[in-house]
Every structure is written in C-alpha cells, then in structure tokens.
Design a protein around this ligand. Sequence first.
Ligand SMILES: Cc1cc2nc3c(=O)[nH]c(=O)nc-3n(C[C@H](O)[C@H](O)[C@H](O)COP(=O)(O)OP(=O)(O)OC[C@H]3O[C@@H](n4cnc5c(N)ncnc54)[C@H](O)[C@@H]3O)c2cc1C
Length: 424
Amino acid sequence: MRAVVIGAGLIGLTTALFLRRHGAEVVVVDRADGPGAETSFANGGLLTPSMADPWNAPGILGKMLRWIGHESAPVLLRPHALPALGAWGIAFLRQSRPQRFRENLLRNVRLANYSLSVMAGLRDEYEFAYDGACSGSLKLLRDTVALEQATAMAESLVSHGVRFQSLDRAATVALEPALAPVADEVAGSLFFPDDESGDAHRFCCAVAEVLRRLGVTLRFGLEVESLRKQGGRMTGVVTAQGVLEADVYVVAAGSYSTQLLRPLGLRLPVRPAKGYSITLPVEGLQQRPRLPVVDDALHAVVVPLGHRLRVAGTAEFAGFDRTLRPQRIDNLRYLLRQTYPEIAASLDAAPVQAWTGLRPMSADGVPLIGVTSIGSLFLNTGHGPLGWTLAAGSAKALADKIMGQPPGFDIGEYSPARFAHFRI
Ligand SMILES: Cc1cc2nc3c(=O)[nH]c(=O)nc-3n(C[C@H](O)[C@H](O)[C@H](O)COP(=O)(O)OP(=O)(O)OC[C@H]3O[C@@H](n4cnc5c(N)ncnc54)[C@H](O)[C@@H]3O)c2cc1C
C-alpha cells in the first residue's frame, strides 16, 4: 500500500508514523522547510482531556457579538472575516445547542483519553525528547460562580474517565507555590492529574526523525498545488515537481485543507481561528512554575516547557491573516502578570518569542477523521484547539482503518460523512 500524507504538522506526521508501522510505503509532503512549522509550532503545549469542550458552547453567539471590536476579548470576530464563515458559521452556531454541545464534548473526551494512551505507548517505544511532562494541569478560577460552573462541568466528566480534584485557595498554592502572590485573587482551582504537556514542535521534529529512520520519504519545501481525481477516485497530488501517485491520500493540511478540497467540490466545514503565544526563557529564575495553569475565562494557558514558559491562547476569526498584532500579544503578557506577577516582572527584559497560528476549527468542534465521498481520499483534520491532545489517537485510529487493522478505537462518529450536506 502506498500513501501520500499532505501536511507535516502534528496530525500528518503521526498519521504517517502509524501508516508506516502497519507496513505502508509513505511519502509526506509539506510546503514548509521542516516539521511542525505552522499551527503545530508554538501552541499551548497541553494534552488535556479535561479541556475537550468545543468552543461553540451554549451562549457563544451572545458573547461573540458583545466582544466584537474588543481587542482584549478571548474570542474576537473580525467583521471582514464574516462572509468567508458563511454556512460554516451557521453550522457552528447550530452546534452550540446544549445537547449537541454535550455530544460533541463527549466525542472529544473519548478520543482525547484514547489519544493519551496512544501517546504513552509512543513515549515508551521511542523515548521522544519534547519537554514532555505528565504532571497534570491546574484550572484556575477567579470567582465563585466560575468555580461552581467549572466544578459542575468536571463532575459531569468523571464517569467518562476525566479525574479531578477540587482545591481551595490554600491547597491551590500548596500545589503550585508560584501562585502565592495572587492567592487572594483566586477562588479555587481544579487539578486534573491525568493531563499532560509538552512542546509540540519538538515532538514533530522527533517524530520526523523516527519517520526517516523507518524509511518514510519527507518532502519539505514542496507545495501541493492541487488534487487530481478521475471517475470518483483520486489519481494524484500535483506539485511543482510532478505528480505524486499512491493508493491512498490523507489530507492533514490543517486550516488549508479546506482550500485544497474545494476544487474537487468538497466543502470542508473547517475555518481558521487565529491564536497567539509567547515563549520566555525562565532558566535563571529562583521560583519557576511547576504546573500548567489554565485560565478558562481568558481561553489562555501558562505552561512550563523545560527551561521555558509558554503563554498561549485567545482566538480571533480573521481569515488567513497571520499578522502578529501587538495588542493580542499584550493580552498574553497581561495574563502572565495576572497569574505570576513576580515572574512577569523579572521577565520584563527577557527575549520573547511571539507567534501566531491558525487552529483548524470544524463547525461542530470535533475533528473529521475518515474517508471522503471520493474513494481513497481520507481526512485527518479539523482538530481546532485540541490538535496536540488528539493527534496520536486520531492518527492511530485512521491508520488502523486505512490499513484494515483491528481498530483500537472506533472512528465512526468522527467520519466526514456527518457533514454530507457539505458534500464531504
Ligand atoms: C495559540 C494556540 C494554542 C494552542 N494550544 C493547544 C493546546 O494547548 N493543546 C492542544 O491540544 N492544541 C492546541 N492548539 C491546537 C493545535 O496546535 C492544532 O490543532 C494542531 O497544531 C493542528 O495540527 P495540524 O497538523 O492539523 O495542522 P498544522 O500544524 O498547521 O499542519 C498542517 C501542515 O500542512 C502544510 N500545508 C498546508 N497546505 C499545504 C499545501 N498546499 N501543500 C503542502 N503543505 C501544506 C502546512 O505547511 C503545515 O505544516 C493550539 C493552537 C493555537 C493556535
């Protein structure tokens, strides 16, 4: 079996790994110069079944309308981006009805739990170096109403395998002493012991290294110009350096998957949601944070990654614009000050690596994994804010399916066919 995988981010690389492990001859194509160069480059670094909720939660429309024009809003809709959202936007809002939201949340939780078990296997086997940590995460709540809501949500997931502990102010600071300076502003926290963290880009580089060793061909700096089909079947991937032919094709091109599929008549319900991160060196600091901290209200996280601290988050519907807007970067600096004022002060003059990336958001907040209406054309995309969390599980499950192996996980409910009305 020959396979071409388009995209060398978290999703494409892990898919290539499992296809290869099942014996496929694999070529990975990416227009970037190396692995994990786009959305998988400097994300929040969290693998969190605890945060598997789609962003189109009940009430999202009201919030987004209120936030229009507010540069400090956690989710910002730029009016110029509205026309391109079209049918996707309507579907996104429809899926925010309470029952749909809950079903979509649980689909993500199931895949996230599976994904973490697959990650554990990969770690054991390949000893990847990626600043990985299995120390859990701490969701910080600054008022009692938010704490109650977050606790109710967490409780509703316990029977689905998400463990948590509810901590009062003192217990929160005991677990993460670096939070002591803001103790008075914290109502409490939720600790999720099974969450993980790690640097997605380092992980991508490590997987790419393994792929090379296993004989996978990695073609970087090569743009896929179009996909070629004949008589309802894919016949090749057109690049400036010729046509790549295979038995199966997997599109894992993140937010750009939509553009690749459109000429084939497939209207992929995936749109870009821009996010930002800053990464700061914390090597010389006396007290460093131990645990990843999640600030739900700001859709943002502060995550230790080896000798660095990453602050990431916020979402902007702004099309494919990847301009680094200073105000959005300031929001992350503000969050750091709100969480670790002393650390933020001592890092004032430190070099900051600012970054922006486009989350591939599906209309229902659940990834699209499986075959399309065109035989031999598969998708593994639309992982939105959860691509790191869901990568290993999505990849293994899809590779099992393609290669006819006994499935470790049923991907039926992630099938692109649920969007048949988008001609997928
Ligand atoms: C600010 C931010 C914070 C985040 N935090 C987290 C987090 O804490 N936890 C989590 O689970 N997820 C997080 N995410 C989401 C996660 O990073 C993404 O879901 C994930 O990186 C998507 O991976 P991907 O492989 O689908 O896409 P990408 O990493 O974007 O890979 C797609 C690849 O396809 C290539 N490509 C595209 N078009 C073409 C073409 N025509 N020809 C050739 N190559 C092409 C691109 O060059 C790219 O390398 C975050 C995202 C952002 C933006």
